[in-house]
Ligand binder design. Structure first.
Ligand code: GDP
Ligand code: MN
Length: 379
């Protein structure tokens, strides 16, 4: 789950990382009041779940409260990479001498968190990673040991030459790791971490992604979910407990189990097609889940054919068949549907589908080929 900068700032601050004073506003007047109470130059920043807000015009300095009002008015309602800005933060501005990047992510192949630091912070870190990867230092962290003081000091010294300031940077690195672990984050990033002309160190941006599977034990963070940043399909999928990933192709898939989902996508590609999504209705599925799944997929204008591929174990094929019939009764689907059901209560499922003159494919290969061809025929 993504959270906003203002929420991540709050978390980082609670771990003792120096974060400039700030507050959140939803209208220009409120932004002006915050600027008044902070005093001096402030920075007005769009709160949306995407990076590169600075380049998109969503981060502006304001020298007085009236300018803060004007800036907030311009930024609120702005469209940044498809997301509408509904909130801004107004933060105390700091003077920038140097901008660093520090971040921690889970490295799945290394099976541990990896801390990355760079003296090339502030700008597009992805660009730095692509063009001058040697400017990003990577340090894998043993999860049992955690971030040791020694490791933090070594990382800090790679980017900050002055020992006294490097000590402050090391302190932030250590605390960022604590925040990362303590929040069950999959990513925690400060870009930029700023050094002021006076040698102070401030986190002026904060980004955190939280592992969805840990939200049950992070109730305060779970509350931070901003549903206005989700698409309708994402929201429906989450509410119905469906794993849904939108892809680029035109064959919509309803599958149960991540393994079967991946196999199905592989087969679609093998037969020359492209999956439009990854949609897993999970282990024990109710007809309601199938209805929701079909709703999501049929509503996607890229989808030209729908493939329902179910292996009935705990999932009962007749439940899924009932879900299909129910979904089509509630809302007719314009795309052709190919169904392949096998396993628990398979014959019952076939009967239910036959009543609706639905042909069920015999094998998985058969079903996938049919779906790919149907999609191609309608291209
Ligand atoms: P992003 O573009 O979405 O990553 O937003 P950031 O919060 O990182 O802001 C982008 C850029 O705005 C930073 O790299 C800074 O150069 C600048 N900026 C942000 N906050 C301040 C501030 O307090 N003072 C100054 N002088 N510049 C800032
Ligand atoms: Mn940034």
């Amino acid at each position: 789950m993504k959270i906003h900068e203002y929420q991540a700032r709050g978390i980082l601050r609670s771990y003792g990382i120096p974060v400039p004073r700030f507050d959140v506003a939803t209208d220009a007047e409120e932004a002006g009041k915050i600027a008044e109470s902070i005093g001096g130059t402030v920075v007005v920043k769009a709160q949306v779940h995407v990076g590169g807000r600075g380049k998109a015009g969503g981060v502006k300095l304001a020298e007085d409260p009236n300018e803060a009002r004007r800036r907030a008015k311009a930024i609120l309602g702005m469209d940044i990479k498809g997301l509408t800005v509904g909130k801004v933060i107004v933060a105390e501005a700091v003077d920038i001498e140097r901008e660093y990047y520090i971040g921690i992510v889970i490295d799945r192949s290394a099976k541990r968190p990896v801390c990355m630091v760079s003296e090339a912070g502030g700008i597009d870190i992805e660009l730095v990673a692509r063009v001058t990867p040697e400017r990003i230092h990577r340090f894998p962290i043993d999860p049992l040991e955690g971030m040791t003081d020694g490791a933090a000091a070594e990382l800090a010294s790679m980017i900050e030459p002055e020992p006294e300031i490097a000590e402050r940077v090391a302190d932030v690195i250590g605390k960022l790791y604590e925040a990362f672990v303590g929040s069950d984050a999959s990513l925690a990033e400060i870009n930029p971490l700023v050094v002021t002309p006076g040698g102070e160190v401030w986190a002026v941006d904060a980004k955190m992604n939280i592992d969805d599977n840990a939200l049950f034990r992070q109730p305060e963070i779970a509350e931070m979910r901003d549903t206005s940043e989700e698409t309708d399909e994402m929201r429906t999928a989450r509410e119905m407990d469906l794993s849904f990933v939108k892809l680029e192709g035109d064959v919509g898939c309803v599958v149960n189990g991540a393994g079967l989902a991946m196999t199905t996508m592989d087969l679609i590609k093998f037969y020359g097609g492209e999956p439009a999504n990854f949609l897993d209705i999970g282990g024990s599925s109710s007809p309601e889940k199938v209805v929701a799944a079909l709703d999501i997929i049929a509503g996607d204008s890229n989808v030209r054919a729908i493939l329902i591929n179910i292996f009935g174990g705990i999932t009962r094929c007749d439940d899924v068949a009932r879900g299909i019939v129910e979904a089509l009764t509630r809302r007719p689907v314009s795309q052709p549907i190919v169904v392949r059901l096998t396993g628990t209560n398979e014959s019952k499922a076939r009967e239910i589908l036959a009543e609706r003159s639905f042909a069920a494919a015999e094998t998985m290969d058969d079903a996938v080929q049919q779906a790919v061809e149907l999609a191609r025929g309608r291209a």
